[in-house]
Structure formats: C-alpha cells, structure tokens
Design a protein around this ligand. Structure first.
Ligand SMILES: [Zn+2]
Length: 208
C-alpha cells in the first residue's frame, strides 16, 4: 500500500479540518504546495503563525483589526450613535465595500440558534445593550440598525435584541431601531451579498 510521507499526511489532515474541504481536496492542496516556490510557503506559514498573534478583536465592536480599538471605532468622522449590528466580521467588510455606511458596528459573533444551543449569553448581546444604554444617555439621537441576515435565526435574533433594548431603555424618544431593508433575498448571507444589493438594503432600511 502506498504510504504518504508523514508531513504531507499531517498537512492534508489540517486542510481537512477547514470548512468545505474534503479528503480529496485536502490531498490535492497538500501536493500542490509541494510544487510552489519556497518563498510562497514561508509567507503562507508566517500568515498562519501571525493570525492569532496579530489579529485583535476590538473590545468595543468585536470586529477584527491589528489595533484595539479598531480603525472604525477610533475614526472620529464616523457617527458613533449609529450602530450597525451584524453577525460576523465578514459582514463589516461587505458593508464597508459599499461605502454607504458612516456609522460604527457591533459584531454579535453569530445568531441565536436553539437547535445548536446558541443562546443570548453566547453572543455579544449584553455588551451591545451596555453600549446602547451608554449612547442613549448622551441625549443625542441614537440609531441601532439591525443587520443580521434575513434568515429565520437572523430575524429571531433581531427581534430578541429589539425586545431587550426596549426593556432596558426607558426613555426611547431619541432611540431609533431599524432593520436592514428588503432587496436581500430571504436566507441570504450579508457577507456574500453584492455591493449593489447591499447598498439598496442599507438605504432602504425601515423602522423596526
Ligand atoms: Zn471596533
């Protein structure tokens, strides 16, 4: 029986642990890397080792950057009273690409999903509530744009957050809750939506 060198086997096993990669692709990728220049491999390896060391999670919005707070939270030109709530950091990248959003973000780190035992405590919801409360005490207009995906779980999460905010903020005269607009197909993933669709969804946001 053909025996794979140990290094190749272990590399293939690592690839196989990535989402969407089966054993065949894992083996193909590992063999492919044998054929690339050494410099590519060094860069690749450096990116992997730096990943956890140099990518930080912003302690305000929980997005990712090399700085904490991230460049978006520390940008004074951004409206800190307009908070767009998203599921994942990838959603931020998608919305930023449209160039249409001038507020800040809050990354939940997922959505409520009872089937997978993901409850409110597993997401950055309490952190969001604290943020909203602090902002709304400033006396200025505050808008929370709920931009979870238009899936069943995304809708349920947006509704849950709305209820929690209403429970917590007694004076909501200056607080506006909005939901990312229609145009996004049901079940869509914001992180993968094209710029035109996303721009329309942002400008077409409605009260929630
Ligand atoms: Zn941030």
């Amino acid at each position: 029986m053909y025996k794979l060198p140990r290094v190749l086997k272990s590399l293939a096993e690592s690839f196989e642990r990535l989402p969407g990669i089966g054993p065949k692709t894992a083996a193909r990728l590992s063999f492919y890397l044998l054929s690339v220049p050494e410099s590519f491999l060094v860069d690749f390896a450096n990116s992997l080792t730096d990943l956890k060391k140099k990518v930080l999670r912003c302690q305000i919005c929980f997005g990712v950057d090399e700085e904490d707070p991230c460049y978006i939270c520390s940008d004074e030109k951004r409206n800190q009273n307009l908070i767009c709530v998203v599921e994942n950091p990838l959603d931020i990248i998608a919305i930023e690409k449209t160039g249409k959003f001038l507020g800040v973000y809050h990354v939940l780190g997922g959505v409520l999903n009872p089937l997978h035992h993901i409850g409110p405590d597993d997401l950055k919801i309490s952190e969001l509530l604290v943020r909203v409360e602090k902002r709304s005490k400033s006396g200025e207009e505050v808008e929370i744009l709920l931009a979870t995906n238009p899936t069943m779980e995304g809708e349920a999460t947006a509704l849950y957050i709305k209820k929690e905010i209403k429970n917590r903020i007694f004076d909501d005269s200056k607080l506006k809750l909005s939901r990312i607009g229609s145009g996004l197909p049901v079940g869509a993933d914001l992180g993968y939506a094209d710029e035109v669709t996303l721009s329309k969804a942002l400008s077409g946001r409605g009260d929630f």
